[in-house]
Design a binder for this molecule. Structure first.
Ligand code: AMP
Ligand code: MG
Length: 409
C-alpha cells in the first residue's frame, strides 16, 4: 500500500494537464465531417465571391441613364442563372435576367419585373432606376487571397457554407480525440443485463464518462469492466493504450490494497505526471503519459469520476482538438449564507444558479457526497470553494457553468 507522495493544488494539477497535452495532428477532412472540429490553419479565399456581378432579382438589366419612367425598352436577350447573355445592352435595350444571372455588358442596373409592364419582347418602365440597383458586386462577400476562416475556428454550418462557396471539399482540421473508458471493480454489473446480487452495483461510470467524452467532441468507446485483479486490469489497460489518445479508467486508483490501476499503468510504461490532488471529490486522481497517449485514472465514486472529468479530462480533450470550450464558461458566483469548507482542500460544490441584481447566486443542490449521482442532474454549475476556512455570505468564488441556468424548465 502506497500513500500519496504529495498532493497538488487544483491549479497546479490543471496546469500540468495542459502542459502535457498537445494538439492532435491536422487532417484534410471532408466538409461535413469537419463540423465541430477546429481548423489547424488559416483558410483563404481562392477567388472573389461572388465571382461576377449578378442580379439580385428577377427583371431586366439595362442602362440606368435610360431609365425614365414611361420609357419603352426592347428586350434583346436573356440571362438566366448559369447562362450569360450572348450580347450586351445598348441605349433603350434590356436583357431579361433572373436572380444570379450575369449582368450583361453595358448594363449598370436591374429593374424588378414588378416595376415594369411585365414580361415580353418589350416593356414599359414604371419607375426610375439608379446606378448599381439590384446588382450584387463581384467580391462583395469575400476577396481573393483574404483569410476567410482563422486557425482555431470551430467549424459549424456557416463556416461550411463559406468554405463550400469557395470550392473547398475538405478542410484542415484537428481530428477527434479517441477516448477509451475502462471501469474497474469486481462489484460491477453491466446495466440492462441482469438483476444485482448482494454487494453488486451497476457500472454507471463507464457510461457517464463515455457520454462526457462524446459531449466534449471526442470519439469514445467503453470497454468491459475489469475485475479487481492485476492480470485483468493490466490486460484491459494494455488494450486501451493501443488504440486511444486518452485512456480513462474509473476506480482502483486510491491507496486501498485493491487499487491496482497505477501498478498496471506503471508496468505498461505509463509515466506518472501526478497522483493526488488537494480537492474534493477526487483526491486520488492519477494523470500519466505513454508516448502520445494520456491516461487519467479517476476515482470510482461516481460524482468524483464525473467531476474529475469536468475539471481535468475535458480541458485535455479540448486542448488536443485545438478547441476553445465555450460551453463551460467560468463565472463569479456568491452564496447567501456563509459556506464552510472543513476539508482542508478545495471543494467542488454542485450548485444551482440564479441571476440576481448582485450577480449569480449559487445554492448547493443538497447532499454533496461523492456517491450522490442525482446531485449532478440538479446542478447548473460546479463552484470551486478554496481550501480556506469559509466563504462569507456575498463573497464571490469561481464556478464552472455546466448548463445555461436560464434555460432550466
Ligand atoms: P474505488 O475507487 O474503486 O475504491 O471505488 C469507490 C466507490 O465507487 C465504490 O463504492 C465503488 O463501488 C464505486 N464505483 C467504482 N466503480 C464504479 C463504476 N464503474 N460505477 C459506479 N460506481 C463505481
Ligand atoms: Mg474499486
Amino acid at each position: 500500500m502506497q500513500l500519496f507522495e504529495k498532493l497538488l493544488e487544483y491549479g497546479e494539477a490543471l496546469s500540468l494537464v495542459r502542459e502535457n497535452t498537445r494538439p492532435l495532428p491536422a487532417r484534410e477532412t471532408p466538409l461535413l465531417e469537419a463540423q465541430g472540429l477546429a481548423l489547424a490553419g488559416d483558410v483563404r479565399a481562392r477567388f472573389d465571391s461572388p465571382p461576377f456581378d449578378n442580379s439580385a432579382v428577377d427583371g431586366y438589366a439595362l442602362r440606368s441613364a435610360d431609365a425614365a419612367p414611361g420609357r419603352v425598352f426592347r428586350v434583346v436577350d436573356e440571362a438566366p442563372a448559369g447562362r450569360p447573355a450572348a450580347r450586351g445592352v445598348g441605349e433603350g435595350e434590356a436583357v431579361k435576367i433572373f436572380t444570379g444571372g450575369v449582368i450583361p455588358e453595358g448594363a449598370d442596373a436591374v429593374v424588378m419585373v414588378e416595376n415594369t409592364s411585365g414580361w415580353g419582347e418589350e416593356f414599359e418602365l414604371k419607375k426610375e432606376a439608379s446606378p448599381g440597383q439590384n446588382i450584387r458586386r463581384r467580391g462583395e462577400d469575400v476577396r481573393e487571397g483574404e483569410v476567410i476562416l482563422r486557425a482555431g475556428t470551430e467549424i459549424g454550418p456557416y463556416e461550411i457554407a463559406l468554405a463550400a462557396a469557395q470550392g473547398y471539399g475538405s478542410l484542415p482540421v484537428r481530428r477527434r480525440a479517441r477516448v477509451v473508458v475502462l471501469s474497474t471493480g469486481s462489484e460491477l454489473v453491466e446495466p440492462g443485463r441482469r438483476a444485482l446480487s448482494p454487494g453488486e452495483i451497476y457500472d454507471s461510470n463507464s457510461y457517464a464518462l463515455v457520454a462526457q467524452a462524446l459531449e466534449a467532441g471526442a470519439e469514445a468507446r467503453r470497454m468491459y469492466a475489469a475485475a479487481d485483479d492485476p492480470g485483468s486490469i493490466r490486460a484491459a489497460v494494455a488494450e486501451a493504450l493501443e488504440e486511444a489518445d486518452v485512456v480513462i479508467t474509473s476506480g482502483g486508483v486510491s491507496v486501498g490494497e485493491k487499487d491496482l490501476v497505477r501498478a498496471a499503468m506503471r508496468e505498461l510504461g505509463v509515466e506518472q505526471i501526478f497522483w493526488g490532488v488537494r480537492f474534493k471529490p477526487g483526491k486520488p486522481l492519477f494523470f500519466g503519459a505513454r508516448e502520445d497517449v494520456r491516461c487519467f485514472g479517476l476515482p470510482g465514486n461516481p460524482v468524483s469520476a464525473m467531476v474529475c472529468f469536468e475539471l481535468f479530462v475535458r480541458p485535455a480533450i479540448f486542448r488536443m482538438m485545438g478547441r476553445v470550450d465555450r460551453r463551460r464558461p467560468r463565472v463569479r458566483v456568491y452564496f447567501e449564507e456563509d459556506v464552510k469548507n472543513r476539508f482542508g482542500r478545495m471543494h467542488a460544490v454542485r450548485v444551482t444558479l440564479e441571476r440576481t441584481e448582485r450577480g449569480w447566486l449559487a445554492r448547493s443542490v443538497g447532499a454533496q457526497g461523492s456517491g450522490i449521482i442525482s446531485s449532478l442532474t440538479r446542478a447548473d454549475a460546479i463552484a470551486l470553494i478554496g481550501p480556506g476556512a469559509e466563504v462569507k455570505a456575498g463573497e464571490e468564488v469561481e464556478a464552472i457553468v455546466l448548463r445555461d441556468p436560464e434555460r432550466r424548465w
